[in-house]
Design a protein around this ligand. Structure first.
Ligand code: GLY
Length: 391
């Protein structure tokens, strides 16, 4: 009787989809959506996808901080499946960012160029891409202040509250600089990246390894004078995407420099996130870990995708007993993102792959919508998992 009951229970349990199948399905779905998006925008000169607003696709020009994610996603999809069509579109949308190399009025040039031209150069070795990336790295370096020992994120002073704002997101821009040092032999770029990462490690983190969103530095003393949020729930809360940027940033810097202190920082951030009591069962964070209305508050699928991608890399850098935990957690996140709960049906969601991200809830902007960077880091994470799985 017991044997019959157990057998019946086993048959009722839905079998988990094999990992290879889940990865292939996620990449295929992303490819179909990205190709439809590319066809729609091909004739819209200079436009790049951003999100959905009022039920319609919202696009930007090349100067919006997210402009590089769609071309970067196309490069990953081309790497996965090298068809002439994907290459044509990856090149077309990458070229729309050419002027970004001269941007010196904000720190996002790293995000924009590294994802688009950076992936393009990694895959094609096109020398023209290298030129753009090197110029972009020089432009970004102009924002480094040796007194403060950090790159300035924004010029905006928030009505005089900030003198020299640096946001945790800025860690993501450092990869353009470490790349530029290797490509040109000029160590200045790497030195700026390392100095910025050290300053951020000192001032952005709390004792539990959660991070502040914005730290502003006094331009006379060079000391941090304000610590607060901009996109999170409160100054002392853990804004989900900011935590994910920190995790990704220190993991990337550990890979780029081999410095054990960056690896240790990434492990601490990972532990804070993985074991957070407000991490939902499907492992896709609410938009802020301290949002007051949990569980009735929007998720941020982008934070889940960034985290998954970072954890997969961390699982390779960390040779300790935690590596498996990082990898398994990332897989659970990717299974959730690849489920109908987050992955859009073909031809819906204005051709974005993922649903349910949150850009700036306190600003009532981009709440529970698709975002181009959620798709980018989802595809990057799937590609990383595919490589690990094939090993
Ligand atoms: N870097 C801006 C954001 O994460 O929303």
């Amino acid at each position: 009787m017991l044997a019959v009951t157990l057998l019946a229970a086993c048959q009722l349990q839905p079998k988990e989809e094999p990992l290879e199948k889940m990865i292939a399905r996620g990449l295929e779905a992303s490819t179909r959506q990205a190709l439809s998006m590319a066809e729609e925008l091909e004739q819209q000169e200079g436009r790049l996808p951003k999100t959905i607003k009022d039920g319609k696709l919202e696009t930007s020009n090349c100067y919006w901080w997210c402009s590089g994610f769609f071309p970067g996603e196309l490069w990953y999809l081309y790497e996965n499946n090298p068809t002439p069509e994907l290459k044509k579109y990856a090149e077309l949308f990458t070229a729309r960012l050419e002027k970004v190399q001269y941007v010196t009025n904000n720190h996002d040039v790293g995000f924009m160029l590294n994802c688009s031209y950076g992936n393009g150069y990694r895959i094609t070795q096109n020398p023209a891409y290298k030129e753009v990336l090197t110029t972009g790295a020089s432009s970004l370096s102009t924002r480094f202040n040796p007194l403060i020992q950090a790159i300035r994120s924004w010029d905006n002073t928030n009505g005089g509250k900030w003198q020299y704002p640096v946001i945790i997101d800025n860690m993501m821009n450092l990869e353009l600089l470490t790349w530029a040092s290797k490509a040109t032999g000029d160590n200045r770029f790497r030195d700026i990246a390392v100095t910025h990462a050290n300053t951020t490690m000192k001032n952005h983190f709390r004792d539990d390894y959660s991070s502040y969103h914005v730290v502003s530095y006094d331009t006379i003393t060079g000391q941090a004078h304000v610590k607060m949020t901009h996109q999170g729930y409160s100054d002392e809360s853990a804004w989900a995407r900011g935590q994910a940027w920190g995790l990704y940033g220190y993991t990337m810097m550990a890979r780029e420099t081999g410095k054990p202190e960056y690896l240790a920082q990434a492990r601490h951030i990972a532990d804070f996130l993985i074991h957070h009591p407000n991490m939902p069962a499907d492992k896709i964070p609410y938009w802020d870990f301290n949002a007051p209305d949990i569980p009735n508050t929007p998720r941020d699928a982008s934070a889940g995708a960034i985290m998954a991608s970072a954890l997969l890399e961390l699982s390779q850098l960390d040779k300790g007993e935690k590596a498996e935990e990082y990898r398994n957690f990332a897989i659970r996140q990717l299974r959730s993102l690849s489920s109908p709960e987050y992955l859009a049906q073909q031809g819906t969601n204005c051709n974005f792959a993922l649903m349910h991200s949150t850009g700036h809830l306190p600003g009532n902007s981009e709440v529970d919508v698709p975002l181009s960077y959620a798709d980018y880091y989802y595809v990057e994470a799937l590609m990383r998992l595919k490589r690990l799985n094939d090993k």
